[in-house]
Unconditional design. Structure first.
Length: 130
């Protein structure tokens, strides 16, 4: 699952949004319905679909999916502690403004890993299988 997730994020970061959606959706489907991570992963799937819509000239679809993605990504820091979701949220706020017609088109967002601090490293080490 981690390999597919990483692959989906890489596709997203290379602006291959449709392919990212397909791969991330496969990971999403594999998760149990009662896992919070499933909802958070759905947010990543919706994010890829939002930017696919934007890339094909469907700003209304992009705006709608972006809003749903942001809702589903609330609390996702616990599911994806390795991702810099604060930075992503800032980038997505610029896209919200753009899709609302109140600002210029920003650069495409990137879903990147952040450098964990000492406390985060300890948590990651405890939760990473050997």
């Amino acid at each position: 699952m981690q390999v597919e997730l990483a692959g989906g994020l890489e596709l997203f970061n290379r602006a291959h949004f449709f392919d990212a959606h397909e791969l991330l959706e496969d990971v999403w489907r594999s998760l149990a319905r009662d896992q919070p991570r499933r909802k958070h992963l759905q947010g990543l799937v919706q994010l890829a679909v939002a930017f696919h819509h934007e890339s094909t000239g469907n700003p209304l679809g992009a705006r709608s999916l972006l809003e749903r993605a942001l809702q589903n990504l609330e609390g996702a820091d616990s599911s994806f502690p390795e991702l810099d979701l604060d930075r992503l949220r800032l980038e997505l706020e610029a896209w919200r403004s753009y899709l609302a017609g109140v600002s210029h088109r920003p650069r495409l967002p990137q879903i990147s890993k952040h450098r964990p601090g000492p406390q985060e490293r300890e948590i990651l080490e405890k939760n990473t299988p050997c």
